[in-house]
Design a protein around this ligand. Structure first.
Ligand SMILES: Nc1ncnc2c1ncn2[C@@H]1O[C@H](COP(=O)(O)OP(=O)(O)OP(=O)(O)O)[C@@H](O)[C@H]1O
Ligand SMILES: [Mg+2]
Length: 237
């Protein structure tokens, strides 16, 4: 479980300072699919980066299974991230000229695993995600939907507990987007915690819990009810 307590994030100083998160108090439950929903500039990516320990708050505290991340050294945080979290981004960040296999096996180099073991693990996760036929292809030979599925495989290869995805369907057409959403749901059903960042109400309907964020103020809500629209409740679309 991840808990944020009185988290503020301020970028910059003085007149130009941006108060991106304002006294955020939220919980990410284990094994649940949580969506961070809000419009552009509301603070979604900032919040996701703090939940995933890619960034630290200006003040407030972040706990992971009771461990205070805000008091850890940069090295300890990097080790925590490498063990615990997997990230998926809108623009995939695959190495275009590397094979699918090498892209997916890459995070395991940090873990100090042998090449043979790295490849065995990557093949296993690619097979689980139905990508076994693409293993030898170069990343730049894939469609957008395939690239995103490969980047999800890469996020899973070191068996993290928590998978964070920032607008993973942003560069995809609606069918590939729907497939990626179904895959994230499947990953959650396999026992992972999934955190999805989205501005899209339809995508947020896949989630067990919603964190609605507006102008840096985050509000925990349960699963979206049929016809429920947090944007409308918040007074603007
Ligand atoms: N590195 C930064 N330096 C200064 N300001 C930043 C930085 N990153 C984000 N901001 C500002 O913080 C606020 C929240 O940004 P954030 O990227 O978290 O929003 P978002 O909800 O993810 O938006 P989008 O949907 O467009 O990705 C915005 O006003 C943004 O301009
Ligand atoms: Mg963002």
């Amino acid at each position: 479980m991840i808990e944020l307590k009185h988290v503020n994030k301020i970028y910059g100083k003085g007149d130009g300072a941006v108060h991106a998160l304002k006294d955020v108090n939220i919980t990410i439950e284990d094994g649940k699919f949580t969506a961070i929903l809000g419009k552009s500039g509301s603070g979604k990516s900032t919040l996701m980066n703090i939940i995933g320990a890619l960034d630290s708050p200006t003040d407030g505290e972040v706990f992971s299974d009771g461990q205070n991340l805000t008091s850890m050294s940069q090295n300890a945080l990097a080790e925590y991230r490498n063990k615990t979290t997997g990230f998926v981004f809108q623009s995939f960040y695959l190495e275009p000229t590397f094979s699918v296999l090498d892209n997916v096996a890459m995070p395991l180099i940090i873990a100090g695993m042998s090449k043979k073991e790295r490849e065995a693990r990557a093949i296993k996760v690619l097979t689980d995600l139905g990508l076994e036929e693409k293993i030898k292809k170069k990343a730049n030979e894939l469609s957008g939907g395939q690239k995103q599925r490969v980047s999800i495989a890469r996020a899973l290869v070191h068996e993290p507990k928590l998978v964070l995805a920032d607008e993973p369907t942003g560069n995809l057409d609606s069918q590939n987007g729907a497939e990626v959403m179904a895959l994230l749901r499947q990953i959650c059903d396999m026992g992972k915690s999934v955190v999805l960042v989205t501005h899209n109400l339809e995508d947020a309907k896949h989630a067990d819990n919603i964190i609605f964020i507006k102008d840096g103020v985050a509000q925990m809500r349960g699963k979206l009810a049929e016809g429920e629209n947090p944007y409308a409740d918040g007074g603007e679309a």
